[in-house]
Ligand binder design. Structure first.
Ligand code: PLP
Length: 394
């Protein structure tokens, strides 16, 4: 008896978790060493030791009632202050405690923002391919997600599709760099193009268009700078998550950050504070918030992901596959060897390779390879990728 609205979206979704679970069943039959499961984005590098140490110390030293009680909906003041100071030092920004709202990861942050900004029928533009959950985050709240397809030669935002996607109904643009599913880091040139168009459109429409920067992979960038968007556009709202940076997605911790120059700043904070309650998040986990007092800038050892990225990228391109060099996150976007990416994924399963079809990310004709797997799994998968490639040459 679930709602018709939800039933519709369940029926149409390609469930990547199901493919992942199928991989686990295949592992039980053929042996886990013979299955190459590149489906989901669950971190594979251990959290930094500092994370566990901080949690233990907090549990040993803080008064339990205060630690485990309800904090303010927006988070502990000292944590918000600490994050504001950290961001100001690192990115030369002007955050204050008030502009930091602690959330249960990036997912909750985006839903809270959508709930604060969208009325029925309002639109959110995002660059495709995009993280498939964006559609549910926006459309569960009666908004409409409008994709602007990237240039598929470069996987960078495209000015023509972007401008065409914007309309007077656009309330915010959701941007994600480093990107899931493509692994692309949007260049400074792309960011300037996007923000120049937004400035022009804000003028034309006579109302703000917020730029919501979803950044769970900011720390996972390999030898490349990821532009900090507040420097390019005043109406930027940053969404950050520690799920990938610290390998703790099960702990649910992140934040929304806004500088006071953001239009309707006070109203937005009031709306987001209420949304935390109305949507049932209430507040971000208290222990995890406090952990950040000691780990705000910590990161997993990203050289481990980088090594796996290098192994796969070099091997796959040498075999003859097309993929654009991924500079961040732990995803590689690969061109399918036939038009139907779902059929291509099915055929890959014959070689015991499991990948996510690009159609799930509004990137048909491509597939996502999640390389958050041990480097030896990546190495051992290469002959299977070669066999798959050769099958298509006949
Ligand atoms: N945004 C993107 C692009 C993601 O890839 C993910 C998770 O994979 C999320 C948001 C949600 O992350 P969180 O665990 O912080 O809610």
């Amino acid at each position: 008896m679930i709602s018709k609205r939800l039933r519709g979206s369940l029926d149409s979704s390609i469930c990547i978790r199901d493919i992942f679970e199928e991989g686990k069943k295949m592992a039980a039959i053929y042996g886990s060493e013979n299955i190459f499961n590149f489906t989901i984005g669950n971190p594979s590098v251990e959290p930094p030791a500092a994370v566990n140490e901080a949690m233990k110390e907090i549990l040993d030293t803080e008064k339990p009632l205060a630690l485990h009680g309800y904090p303010a909906n927006v988070g502990h003041p000292e944590v918000r202050r600490h994050i504001a100071n950290y961001l100001n030092g690192k990115y030369d920004c002007h955050y204050t405690e008030q502009g930091i709202i602690m959330t249960s990861g990036a997912a909750a942050a985006i839903v809270v923002i959508a709930n604060s900004l969208l009325d029925n029928g309002d639109e959110v533009v995002t660059f495709a391919p995009y993280f498939w959950e964006y559609k549910s985050y926006v459309e569960t709240l009666y908004g409409k997600l409008v994709p602007a397809l990237c240039n598929m030669e470069t996987l960078q935002p495209d000015p023509e599709t972007f401008e065409a996607a914007l309309s007077p109904k656009t309330r915010f643009v959701l941007i994600n760099t480093p990107n899931n599913p493509t692994g692309a880091v949007y260049t400074e040139e792309s960011i300037r193009m996007v923000t120049d168009i937004l400035k022009k459109k804000q003028e034309e429409y006579g109302h703000p268009i917020y730029l919501v920067s979803d950044e769970p992979y900011r720390k996972l960038a390999y030898d490349i700078e990821v532009p900090y968007l507040t420097h390019y556009y005043e109406n930027t709202i940053v969404v950050y998550s520690y799920s990938k940076a610290l390998s703790i997605p099960g702990e649910r911790i992140g934040y929304i950050a806004m500088e006071s120059c953001v239009q309707d700043y006070e109203d937005l904070i009031a709306g987001m504070t209420a949304s935390m309650r109305y949507l049932g998040y209430v507040n971000a986990p208290s222990l995890q918030q406090k952990m950040l007092l000691k780990c705000v800038d910590a990161s997993v050892d990203i050289s481990i992901y980088q090594e796996t990225r290098d192994i796969l990228y070099h091997a796959l391109t040498e075999i003859g596959y097309t993929c654009i060099h991924p500079d961040g996150a732990f995803y590689l976007f690969l061109k399918a060897l036939e038009e139907d990416d779902t059929k291509f994924c099915e055929r890959a399963k014959e070689e015991k390779i499991l990948m996510a079809p690009g159609t799930a990310f509004y990137g048909p004709g491509w597939v996502r390879v999640s390389y958050c797997v041990p480097a030896d799994v990546a190495k051992r998968s290469v002959p299977a990728f070669k066999k798959l490639y050769d099958k298509y040459q006949k």
